[in-house]
Structures are given as structure tokens and as C-alpha cells.
Design a protein. Structure first.
Ligand code: PLP
Length: 370
């Protein structure tokens, strides 16, 4: 995705905002790394995917769907999934919006809400799509740095929110650090965000953080707030369904869901994805097992890295953010020779950091895709 837009004859058609967009970095191509590694296998730790597979209930739902065939369009409203989510989280199904991954909902929010010149506030280091989608719409993005210890900078956030953003993107746990905002910190963000602004809480990794007593339930904090908000969740991480593309948002009100439904493509979530998500939500054992095993690995890897003298951010997610003391691109390339793919960080101030997904103690499976 790093190629320059060509040929020149087409470039004149492309909007200025698009020409200036940074490309999303999905990490190195596993097929390419398999070729250069010489080990004949690839260990992909670049996309925070689950090494623990899917629930057997998902496998069964996929078998049934296959028997039924693929000739029909999916349910455009995803009502069975929205109702299941509503029941599971005790929210009205009409406040649920479904996405082709939660990334899709980030995109829809920007399309529905942002005018050129609007201000968007998010955190640095952060998730690149929290910047790319706003810029696609011609919005300005202000990134609030974390503290030296990877924590929430209350003063910097207070000032940034006072500047009057229209949209606030905040991930909890944060990607790439894995650090969490406490209930108190989240409440300060909520209190400081202008009531005219939309507060987006991206909880892609919430399942892993939930056992932490300090980690707040974003829905519990935002429910009852008389202001626009949306909490985003995904089936890509703890549920092990990254390849099937399904995520959802729970919004403050049905009006926001209606607006997102207007801008989305009508069949944005395919039927196998809807079926898989419903089945996944019903299997608490598989989720609990994935979280338990991930947290054991988090403790083990963090100890090992710190013991070896590396600075590691305090993660509550399924990845670690590590200062290697060397250029991140160089480190990533060296690891390719061992067949290991990590994500080299490139944000200013973090060019010596890599983000590595947690896996199993001995993972030798090769995989492909983004
Ligand atoms: C992985 C991730 C997502 C969403 O992934 P989808 O696969 O599109 O659901 C969203 N936000 C953050 C911060 C992520 O790391």
C-alpha cells in the first residue's frame, strides 16, 4: 500500500485530502517474510490476532451457513445480531450499529459527522485510523501525547478538549501501548469533552483488560450521560474473528445510528459474519479461556523482556509495546530473518519501538493475510 498514486492523468481527479493521506500500514506480508526467513515458517505478531482460534459454536454456525448457501444477500439491518448484542449488554437494539470490522464504524462516523476544517482530538502514540479517516474528510487532527510513563496526561487532555473538537477518538486500552485509562481518567475526558462533540470510545481490547480492577466499563461510565457518545467493540481480537470482519458500536441514541445507517453500504456485514458473531457471543467459556491464556502470556513476556533490560509499556491488552533502542524498521527486518513479524512503530518519539502481539508459548503456525 506504499505505492504512489499513478498515473498523473488520474491524479488530477483525486481530492487534495486523499493525495495527502498516509497509507495504513498492515505490517509485513507473511508470504514475503516466509521467502526471506529461511526458517520455512512465519510467526505473525503484527496484527494482534488471536492464536486461540474460534469457539466451536462459531465453527458450527459456519457449517450451517455453508449448507444454506450464499446466494442470498445478508440481512441489511443485522437485526438478530443487534438484538443479541442488545440483550448481552443490556442496551436497546436500536442503539447498536454493525460494521465490517469496527474500523468500518470509525470510517462511517467520520463520513457522517466531519466537515472540512473540523477538529478531531486523539492520543499519540495511537491507532493510525483515528487519524487517517478524519483527514480523509478534510478534518484537522490534534494528537495528545501520553506521559513519559505511557500514561494519560490529564493537563494536556484538558487543554486539547478546551480547543473545541467535534469528534474525540480515545482507545481504552490504548493501541499501541496497551495501557488503560482508569475510571477517574475516563470521567475527566467525558467531563472535559464539549457537549456538542461526539465522544468515541474504542474498546477493541476491552475483554483482555476487564480483569484489571482499575479498568472501567466504558458503557457504564457513558450510559446516562446526556451527550453524544459511541462505544466501539470488535470480534477481531479476543473472539478470534479478524478474518471475517465484524464489529459494532453502542451509541448514545438512535439518531446517531440512523445517521451511520445512511452513509454505510447497505450490506456492509456479510451473513457468515453476522452468524459467527452471534455464536461467538454465546460462548463465554472460549472467551474466558482466551483472555486467561493471553494474560498469562502477557505476564510471562513482559517479565522476560524487562528482565532482559527492555523498557515495556504497562499493557492490559494482547500485545506489548517495547523500546528496542534501535531503529524499529531495522529491528523488524532482523526479525524477518527468524520468520517473526512485528509492527515497527514510526510515530515521532517512538521510532525505536515495536509492537508485538502475544501468542502461545510455542507458536509455529504459519498464517497469511493482513
Ligand atoms: C484492531 C483495532 C480495531 C478494529 O479492528 P476491526 O478488525 O476493524 O474490528 C479498532 N480499533 C483499534 C484501536 C484496534 O486496534
Amino acid at each position: 500500500m506504499n505505492h504512489v498514486l499513478e498515473p498523473a492523468t488520474s491524479i488530477s481527479l483525486v481530492r487534495q485530502e486523499v493525495l495527502g493521506l498516509p497509507a495504513y500500514d498492515p505490517g509485513a506480508d507473511p508470504d514475503e517474510v516466509a521467502r526471506v526467513s529461511g526458517t520455512g515458517r512465519v510467526i505473525k505478531l503484527s496484527n494482534n490476532e488471536s492464536p486461540f482460534g474460534v469457539s466451536p459454536a462459531v465453527a458450527e454456525a459456519m457449517r450451517l451457513r455453508l449448507a444454506d448457501g450464499f446466494s442470498r444477500y445478508p440481512d441489511p439491518t443485522g437485526k438478530r445480531l443487534a438484538e443479541t448484542i442488545g440483550r448481552t449488554l443490556a442496551v436497546p437494539a436500536g442503539h447498536v450499529v454493525l460494521g465490517n470490522g469496527s474500523e468500518n464504524i470509525l470510517e462511517l462516523l467520520c463520513q457522517a459527522v466531519l466537515d472540512p476544517g473540523d477538529l478531531v482530538t486523539t492520543q499519540a502514540p495511537g491507532f493510525s485510523l483515528h487519524e487517517i479517516f478524519p483527514r480523509m474528510m478534510g478534518a484537522r487532527v490534534e494528537k495528545v501525547p501520553v506521559t513519559a510513563g505511557f500514561g494519560f496526561d490529564a493537563g494536556a487532555w484538558r487543554d486539547a478538549l478546551a480547543a473545541g473538537p467535534k469528534l474525540v477518538f480515545l482507545a481504552n486500552p490504548c493501541n499501541p501501548t496497551g495501557a488503560i485509562l482508569t475510571a477517574g481518567e475516563l470521567e475527566r475526558v467525558v467531563a472535559g469533552t464539549p457537549e456538542s462533540a461526539l465522544l468515541v470510545l474504542d474498546e477493541a481490547y476491552c475483554e483482555f483488560a476487564r480483569p484489571d480492577p482499575e479498568y472501567p466499563d466504558g458503557l457504564a461510565v457513558l450510559r446516562g450521560q446526556d451527550r453524544p457518545w459511541i462505544v466501539l467493540r470488535t470480534f477481531s481480537k479476543a473472539y478470534g474473528l479478524a478474518g471475517i470482519r465484524v464489529g459494532f458500536g453502542v451509541a448514545s441514541d438512535a439518531g446517531l445510528v440512523h445517521a451511520l445507517n445512511r452513509v454505510r453500504t447497505p450490506y456492509n456485514v456479510n451473513q457468515p459474519a453476522q452468524d459467527a458473531a452471534i455464536a461467538a457471543l454465546g460462548d463465554h467459556t472460549h472467551l474466558a479461556d482466551t483472555v486467561r491464556r493471553t494474560r498469562l502470556e502477557l505476564a510471562r513476556i513482559t517479565d522476560r523482556l524487562r528482565g532482559a533490560g527492555f523498557r515495556v509499556a504497562p499493557s492490559s491488552a494482547n500485545f506489548v509495546f517495547v523500546d528496542t533502542d534501535h531503529g524499529s524498521d531495522w529491528v523488524a527486518k532482523e526479525l524477518h530473518r527468524a520468520g517473526i513479524i512485528v509492527k515497527a512503530w514510526r510515530e515521532p518519539g517512538y521510532e525505536t519501538f515495536i509492537r508485538a502481539s502475544l501468542s502461545t508459548p510455542k507458536r509455529t503456525t504459519s498464517s497469511s493475510g493482513a
